[in-house]
Design a protein around this ligand. Structure first.
Ligand code: GDP
Ligand code: ZN
Length: 313
């Protein structure tokens, strides 16, 4: 009998599939799978819509087919920048969880993740967590974080512990498949536990928080939300590398730069030291945030280095 469902998690040879009838079934993955019109040996990924064959006697199934992915997100392995890892598929939106304090705000992770989302056409929301601790934040970090609204992102301030704005997050997520990312310690698991009562993801508080984060897995896993929709968690993803783009593409993935670029004097402007650059002019007047521009230059440098390597090969 053929059934359909969505992949909640996968280890490569086994996947947990939430069937449309609500049952969860462990499924083997066939050695060779049809994905759309191509046959591939790639394993299925979290978020995939699959058809499953089961004989109804055994409590296991076989994934027979993976439906066309309407999108997916890829992560390059840090250190091994050419190794790609397709993290999840069929994503409606992304939620970046970050905080101003405990740990201090780090724009590097945030901006790399947001660039990746833009590159894969996944709209992103920025969640600033631990609002109950904000009085401890440095003025500089508070200013930096406020730049995401300026850049055009929807920003929601929450305190999962106090329950502030958790309903607003619930509304944002209802009925959608949302990929959640955040550095260890920002309160991602605490927030997810608030959204999905009974899930009981391990939080740092329970496992002894050292300030370093304790997760070791890097697989994504998907959870059903009580009001419909899904969350895809990415535990252990400590770093996002941006690799799969040409240096001149990068500015397109900073929405606030993209809005200005048409006013640059040169249409191949890289917004570094070119005369008549609308982006660096906006930086001088404060319309483009210094931390965002700093992230841009850092990533641009890395992309140029990668491009250099690729030419040498
Ligand atoms: P994760 O690594 O991002 O999943 O972070 P956790 O959810 O494990 O939280 C890290 C630490 O921050 C834990 O000690 C939590 O209790 C704490 N924490 C999480 N959310 C909040 C919050 O809204 N306010 C405060 N004060 N602490 C929080
Ligand atoms: Zn420019």
């Amino acid at each position: 009998m053929a059934l359909t469902g969505r992949v909640l998690k996968t280890t490569g040879s086994w996947s947990e599939v939430l069937l449309d009838n609500g049952r969860i079934l462990n499924c083997r993955v066939k050695g060779k799978l049809r994905i759309g019109n191509v046959t591939t040996t790639n394993p299925v990924i979290v978020g995939d819509r699959v058809s499953v064959e089961t004989d109804d006697v055994e409590d296991v199934g076989v994934i027979a087919e993976v439906a066309d992915r309407h999108n997916y997100i890829v992560r390059a392995s840090p250190g091994r920048k050419r190794q790609r890892h397709v993290l999840a598929a069929n994503i409606d939106q992304a939620m970046l969880v970050t905080t101003l304090v405990e740990p201090d705000f780090k724009p590097g992770f945030a901006d790399r993740f947001l660039v990746t989302c833009e590159a894969y056409h996944i709209p992103a929301v920025v969640v600033l967590s631990k609002e109950d601790l904000w009085h401890k934040a440095s003025q500089e970090d508070a200013t930096t974080a406020s730049t995401y609204g300026m850049a055009g992102y929807e920003v929601v301030r929450v305190s999962a512990i106090k329950g502030w704005q958790v309903d607003e997050i619930r509304e944002l997520l209802a009925g959608k498949t949302t990929l959640v990312a955040g550095q260890s310690g920002v309160g991602k698991s605490t927030l997810i536990n608030k959204l999905i009562p009974g899930l009981d993801l391990k939080t740092a508080q329970l496992s002894g928080y050292t300030g370093k984060g304790i997760h070791t897995t890097t697989f994504a896993c998907m959870f059903a939300l009580p009001d419909g929709g899904f969350l895809i968690d990415t535990p252990g993803v400590k770093e996002w590398s941006v690799t799969d783009m040409r240096p001149e593409e990068l500015a397109h993935y900073f929405p606030e730069f993209k809005a200005l670029m048409m006013d640059c004097r040169f249409n191949n402007c890289l917004h570094v030291d070119e005369p008549g650059c609308a982006v660096t002019e906006a930086l001088a007047t404060g319309r483009v945030a210094a931390s965002r521009y700093g992230s841009y230059l850092t990533i641009l440098g890395e992309l140029r280095e990668l491009a250099h390597w690729e030419i040498e090969d």
